[in-house]
Design a protein around this ligand. Structure first.
Ligand code: PXL
Length: 275
């Protein structure tokens, strides 16, 4: 006899991002995070990277038409409750992804949130976004009104200002709102202070979480993970503040419980909450 059980999976996220074969960042981190939040993940891969915990040594760009085919085949079959976007390495790809989201009626659809992690440089310094593509990314932001999740270096590039304090973070966040985002989540992990702060800002909300900085090398993929955790929360229709608090807690705990793999910047523990 076949016993049918009720599925505990009802919400879905389409991730458009690059692959990290070492499993800590990129698409691999995204899928692990979504799974641990009980959300079904689909992927459209923009690039394959050659990397491990010691750094990125190569990038193989997937041709735009095949990235678009991946987006179309997912969205024409399975509805997405949120779209999470990570590494988009050049202007042509950024523009093509916009057109694909538009033709699938994602743009302007209030029910489907877009979470954009403006990935620019990997931990070891390898560029994941070509320097001449920053303007295309800004145009993409203006046209898609995403929830944007920059870290400090990315926020500095997007705003043209230096960020050295919590007060600077607030000024930068306001400037980023003016780029057209619906909410900005500015991650403060790059600040050299014993207390770090993550900041959520929208036109009507502002919320700051302060935590003790964990001194560790094992933080590979924290950016991708944070953005996917927020996407999971928004796919489940949580309010942005609750999605932000849950995502911050998840990343913090996953760092504390890192498996200490590899010889460089090791991965975090995406499955600490699954047993
Ligand atoms: O964390 C930024 C990032 C995003 N996407 C891919 C990556 C990295 C960092 O290494 O490899 C594919």
């Amino acid at each position: 006899m076949i016993i049918k059980k009720v599925s505990n999976l009802s919400k879905t996220v389409l991730v458009i991002a690059g692959s990290d074969p070492s499993g800590g960042a990129g698409i691999q981190a995204d899928l692990k995070t979504l799974t641990s939040f009980g959300v079904y993940g689909m992927t459209a891969i923009t690039a394959l990277t050659e990397q491990n915990t010691k750094g990125v040594s190569g990038i193989f760009e997937i041709p735009l038409d095949f990235v678009v085919k991946q987006i179309n085949c997912c969205l024409s079959d399975i509805e997405a409750n949120a779209i999470k976007i990570g590494m988009m390495h050049n202007a042509n790809l950024i523009n093509g992804v916009y057109e694909a989201l538009k033709s699938n009626q994602i743009i302007g659809n209030k029910k489907i949130k877009i979470i954009l992690d403006p990935v620019m440089v990997a931990k070891g310094g390898h560029r994941l976004l070509k320097s001449d593509a920053v303007n295309a990314l800004k145009t993409f932001i203006k046209k898609t009104n995403p929830v944007l999740t920059p870290n400090i270096p990315e926020a500095e590039i997007l705003t043209g200002m230096k960020i050295n304090s919590f007060a600077d973070m607030k000024i930068a966040a306001k400037k980023i709102i003016n780029l057209g985002v619906s909410y900005v989540i500015l991650k403060g992990g790059h600040m050299n202070t014993p207390i770090m702060s993550d900041l959520l800002m929208g036109k009507q909300v502002i919320h700051q979480i302060e935590t003790k900085k964990i001194e560790t090398n094992h933080t590979h993929g924290t950016g991708c993970t944070m953005a996917s955790a927020i996407a999971a929360g928004l796919a489940k229709s949580l309010e942005i503040k609750e999605a932000f608090l849950n995502a911050h807690f998840y990343v913090n705990q996953a760092i504390l419980r890192s498996p200490r793999f590899g010889n460089g910047h090791g991965p975090i523990n995406h499955s600490f909450n699954i047993n």
